[in-house]
Every structure is written in structure tokens, then in C-alpha cells.
Design a protein around this ligand. Structure first.
Ligand code: NAD
Length: 303
């Protein structure tokens, strides 16, 4: 089976280097027409360069089709223009990989409100803006594939990355609602949590690990998750050739009878409430209240 992206137009944000560049190259190799978006700034989001144009030149040299876009994901009008330019040139947009990102790591004690807001703005608001700019087109076409870039920091936490982690888990939350709203329009939305040796991680990995965690080892998951047969509502982890899924799960509700619904009653039941048993992964928020009602009925039925 060959997975092709022929006749598909894909936008990859932050594709001037690192993971985004690899996604753009691989999408183009497989026939997609690719918008390479990047404002070409440094790791903390300052400055600008021709990074996007350089990746476009690479794609063209290899016989692919691509256009550069220097817009910032934080500027909604620039995202709207990016989508309009792609549609004008190629007639549609089918795939969006929200990959642009910055880092401003500091312990929360030392993090300025500006550093918090800026990182959330680029990752979370930026992904929402790029997605919003594509959304109507995806609905009209009854076809859309969206990938959000989450992170282990968002899913599980990491010292010194409160801003980044908040944004990254926010993206998993955005995925979960958009996949519900997009389902009837054949819009599939997933999140990828990559681990890769890029400038974002260059001071974290020893040299050998840096090579092992190459962006090439993440691209297979990213491309599958925006392919025709992609699943939806998944959180996938990828790095160095290892791939896994992650879920937001919950256990069965513990029903506290009247009289025990007190702080002390809750404290007494805490170990049971917090037990990692009978875990399930609800597919929508209403399944959580449904599960609580089901627990109530079970108890009332048993009385
Ligand atoms: P990277 O710094 O090479 O790539 C990020 C790109 O986003 C840069 O080229 C940058 O210029 C661009 N960018 C920044 N702000 C932008 C803006 N406002 N508009 C458009 N482009 C902008 O780093 P990377 O490791 O390739 O990161 C790609 C994505 O993967 C990021 O979202 C990052 O948070 C995520 N991620 C990476 C790792 C990892 O191990 N490398 C782990 C978890 C998550």
C-alpha cells in the first residue's frame, strides 16, 4: 500500500526548519502541493529570515510543487491570506499541519506574564487561527485533515515549561472539540506529540540521541494522521522510531450516598476515587456526565 497525497494541497506552519520542514518535504515527495509557512524567527520567536523560501527551493529542486508563506500564525488576517493564496493557485486546501512553535522556558517563578502569553499565543491561538482560516474551506469541500502539535510537556508536564505545557494540552483539547464539530464534514483532527532532534532540543540531547531522534522518524506518524484514511481524535506520540497512543481517560464514578457527600466522606473514599481501574476514554464531554449517571443508576438499581 502506498499512501499518496496527489491532488492534495497541504499547509505546514513553521515549516522553515526542523519537523515542519521534514513534513513539507515528505508531503511534496508524495505528490502534495505544499504551502511552506514560516516567519523564520529564532527559537524564542524573535527576528525573521527566508527559511520558508529555502524549503520551497528544496522541494522544487526535487521536482515537487510548493509556495512560501511568511505569515505569522498569530495574525489571523495573514492566515486568511495564506489560505486564499493557496486556493487561488491550486484551487483548494485539504491538509493543515499546525507545527509552528517557540520556546521561552523558565521556572514559573521567573516566567514573566509576557513570556506566558506569547508562547500560548503562538502555539494555541496560532493553531486555532490557522485552523479557523481553513475551516470553512474544509466544510465546503467536505474534506479536511488537521494535525495539532502537542507535546509530552502538555500531556504530562515538564519543569520550566508552564507556558508551553498549558498551550500544548490546550491543543489536545482543541482537537477533541473540533473533531466532533468536523465529523459530519469529513474533517479529521488529531494531535501528535513528537520527540525530535531540532534546534528546539539541540541543547537537551547528546549528539548520538540527536541523530536517532531525527525528524524523519516522526514524519510517518504525521503524514498518516493527515492522510485520506486517517483516524480522528487521536493523540499519538512519535520519536526515534517508537510510536504510541495516549488518551484522556477516567475510571468509574464512585457514588457517595447522601450523608457521606461531605469533605470527610470524599476524603474517606479518595483511594477508591483515585484508583486506576476500569479506565475508559470518553469520546466526548457528555460521556463523562453519562458515566456519572450510569454509576448512579447502577447504585440505585442495586438498592
Ligand atoms: P523548530 O524551532 O525547528 O520549528 C518551529 C518553527 O516554527 C520554526 O521554524 C519557527 O520559525 C516557526 N515559527 C515560530 N513562530 C512562528 C509564527 N508565529 N508563525 C509561523 N512560524 C513560526 O522546532 P521543532 O522541534 O521542529 O518544532 C516543531 C513543533 O514540534 C513545535 O510546535 C514544537 O513545540 C513541537 N515539538 C517539538 C518537540 C521536539 O522534540 N523537537 C517535542 C514536542 C513538541
Amino acid at each position: 500500500m502506498t499512501i499518496s497525497f496527489k491532488d492534495k494541497v497541504a499547509i505546514v506552519t513553521g515549516a522553515g526548519g526542523g519537523l515542519g520542514r521534514e513534513y513539507a518535504l515528505e508531503l511534496a515527495r508524495r505528490g502534495a502541493k505544499v504551502v511552506v509557512n514560516d516567519l523564520g524567527g529564532s527559537r524564542d520567536g524573535t527576528g525573521s529570515s527566508d527559511a520558508a523560501a529555502e524549503v520551497v527551493a528544496e522541494i522544487k529542486a526535487a521536482g515537487g510543487e510548493a509556495m512560501a508563506n511568511g505569515g505569522s500564525v498569530t495574525e489571523y488576517e495573514q492566515m486568511e491570506k495564506m489560505v486564499a493564496d493557496a486556493k487561488q493557485k491550486w484551487g483548494g486546501v485539504h491538509i493543515l499541519i499546525n507545527n509552528a512553535g517557540v520556546l521561552r522556558d523558565k521556572s514559573f517563578a521567573k516566567m514573566t506574564p509576557d513570556d506566558f502569553e506569547f508562547v500560548v499565543k503562538v502555539h494555541l491561538t496560532g493553531s486555532a487561527f490557522a485552523t479557523k482560516a481553513c475551516w470553512e474551506t474544509f466544510r465546503e469541500q467536505a474534506y479536511g485533515r488537521i494535525l495539532m502539535t502537542a507535546s509530552s510537556t502538555g500531556l504530562f508536564g515538564n519543569f520550566g515549561q508552564a507556558n508551553y505545557g498549558a498551550a500544548k494540552l490546550g491543543l489536545a483539547g482543541l482537537t477533541k472539540t473540533l473533531q466532533l464539530e468536523g465529523a459530519k464534514y469529513n474533517i479529521k483532527v488529531n494531535s501528535l506529540s513528537p520527540v525530535a532532534g531540532t534546534r528546539m532540543t539541540e541543547d537537551l540531547f547528546p549528539e548520538e540521541a540527536f541523530k536517532l531522534f531525527s525528524p524523519e522518524n516522526v514524519a510517518p506518524a504525521a503524514l498518516y494522521l493527515v492522510s485520506e484514511d486517517a483516524p480522528s481524535n487521536q493523540i499519538v506520540g512519535a520519536g526515534a522510531g517508537g510510536f504510541h497512543s495516549a488518551w484522556v481517560m477516567m475510571n468509574d464514578a464512585v457514588w457517595l450516598p447522601e450523608g457521606q457527600r461531605t469533605v470527610e466522606g470524599f476524603a474517606d473514599a479518595w483511594d477508591e476515587i483515585n484508583a486506576m481501574t476500569n479506565l475508559k476514554a470518553p469520546q466526548s464531554g457528555s460521556e463523562q456526565s453519562g458515566a456519572i449517571l450510569a454509576a448512579m443508576q447502577k447504585v440505585l438499581g442495586a438498592d
